[in-house]
Design a protein around this ligand. Structure first.
Ligand code: NDP
Length: 433
């Protein structure tokens, strides 16, 4: 704790994993002898740098940016960039730490990393976004490479930002190195189904958890927090599998539409107009908007938190359980507080932790890297099918590992142990490095 003082979210993420690892140390004492856990908690490299840029009024603006290259035992560092004013080292380290185990669970050859900046994209013009991204890449490029470190998007970073970052990387290095960033546009090296992958994958994982209980999403009422990339495609896939999504949100308020959320309308508002979700209620008479409302008080069978960390606390978990919620899958990273997770597990709710349930995004990023390496471009159907297989595989791994280590049905323990075993085996094989 002292070594990483003030990094609250990082402590939370590490604590949750360490709680699961007791039985692993008993079974594999060499993990303790070789200090694998201590090594895993110490990033291989951390880069912190200044990003100076000019706004549209010609004023100088200064932001701070981070790239934490956490662990490369399984492959090049892989993980998104987040642009949000709340970003500081503790957030990037929690995300990077989770990313190591998540990437291991995908079964793809990718290590773990994460980055971002305290830059706030809200209200910024296209030109400002471009200047900011170019300035950031002018420093970051020297640490990247398709065999070294491969960033992607996260909160506040979508295809537009990846475009500006990729353009600047190409210009500075004089290399068309498609595999250096993922989340690219289809015309310039992107993969079909990458935009949809995290949300789709979260719903595939939910469907697998329900299948184990002899159930499915058909006819279920769903609530999805957020209205960004992950939330939109989680709503789309849940709807296509027969569920009715009745609510979504942004950081200002919630939309409740008893007739079922019109996903195309949300897409237009968020992806094209870049407007607030409150606009939805202006256009749909069946919907109501509640500023600062609590989305978890809306009764549902399935809850998919897809916005941000610690957005669902113990009180929210009690409300969900009390209203008959049977499954929760985390589209976002660490959206449920430790108390909420405990309450879900105690109540027998099928609970899919983020590092398993939202791994479809990074898995499809690895598929994008495969296509870049072979100069190929796969169809949507083929890519979605691979994503589906990967999510079924991750579910199976977490499910079987939880059983093997004596806590059947506990996907938190299953995901932590399975991810940890894969990384630690590689670390043990490579010696003290
Ligand atoms: P976006 O920026 O596209 O969307 C984020 C959404 O969450 C927005 O609707 C945003 O609202 C909302 N939000 C943010 N903070 C809050 C808050 N405090 N309360 C309520 N709503 C909030 O990001 P993504 O969809 O890409 O990411 C969402 C989550 O999914 C993050 O935890 C991310 O790490 C995780 N994730 C993303 C992956 C990806 O492929 N994109 C892969 C795996 C995980 P507003 O516009 O008001 O800020």
């Amino acid at each position: 704790l002292q070594r990483n003082s003030g990094e609250t979210e990082f402590h939370q993420a590490v604590h949750e994993v360490l709680e699961s690892l007791g039985p692993v140390i008993v079974k594999y004492p060499e993990v303790a002898d070789r200090k694998i856990i201590q090594l895993l908690c110490e990033p291989e490299r951390q880069i912190v740098f200044r990003v100076p840029w000019q706004d549209d009024q010609g004023r100088t603006q200064i932001n701070r940016a981070f790239r934490v290259e956490f662990n490369s035992a399984l492959g090049p560092y892989k993980g998104g960039m987040r642009f949000h004013p709340s970003v500081y080292l503790g957030i990037i380290k929690f995300l990077g730490f989770e990313q190591i185990l998540k990437n291991a669970l995908t079964g793809m050859p990718i290590g773990g990393g994460k980055g971002g900046s305290d830059f706030d994209p809200k209200g910024r013009s296209d030109a400002e976004m471009m200047r900011f991204c170019q300035s950031l890449m002018t420093e970051l490029y020297r640490y990247l490479g398709e065999h070294t470190d491969v960033p992607a998007g996260d909160i506040g970073v979508g295809q537009r930002e990846i475009g500006y970052l990729f353009g600047q990387y190409k210009r500075i290095t004089n290399r068309y190195e498609s595999g250096v960033l993922t989340g690219k546009g289809l015309d310039w090296g992107g993969s079909r189904a990458r935009t949809e992958a995290t949300g789709f994958g979260t719903v595939f994982f939910t469907e697998e958890m329900l299948k184990v209980r002899g159930d499915s999403l058909e006819g279920k009422t769903c609530v999805v927090s957020g209205s960004g990339n992950v939330a939109i495609y989680a709503m789309q896939k849940a709807t296509s599998l027969g569920a009715k999504v009745v609510a979504c949100s942004d950081s200002n308020g919630i939309i409740h539409d008893k007739q079922g959320i019109d996903v195309d309308l949300v897409k237009r508002i968020k992806e094209i107009d870049r407007a607030r979700i409150s606009v939805y209620a202006d256009e749909k008479p069946s919907a109501s908007y509640q500023a600062n409302g609590n989305i978890w008080e809306i009764p549902c069978h399935v809850a998919l938190p897809c916005a941000t960390q610690n957005e669902l606390n113990g009180r929210d978990a009690k409300a969900l359980v009390g209203n008959g919620c049977i499954a929760v899958a985390e589209g976002a990273n660490m959206p449920s507080t430790p108390e909420a997770v405990r309450l879900f597990l105690e109540a027998g709710v099928a609970f899919g932790p983020g590092k398993a349930a939202n791994a479809g995004g990074v898995a499809t990023s690895a598929l994008e890297m495969q296509q870049n390496a072979s100069r190929d471009s796969w169809s949507f159907e083929h890519t979605e099918q691979r994503l589906h297989q990967i999510m079924v595989g991750i579910h199976q791994t977490c499910h079987d590992t939880a059983e093997e280590f004596g806590c059947p049905g506990n996907y938190v323990t299953g995901a932590n142990i399975a991810g940890f075993l894969k990384v630690s085996r590689a670390m043990l094989a490579m010696g003290v490095v």
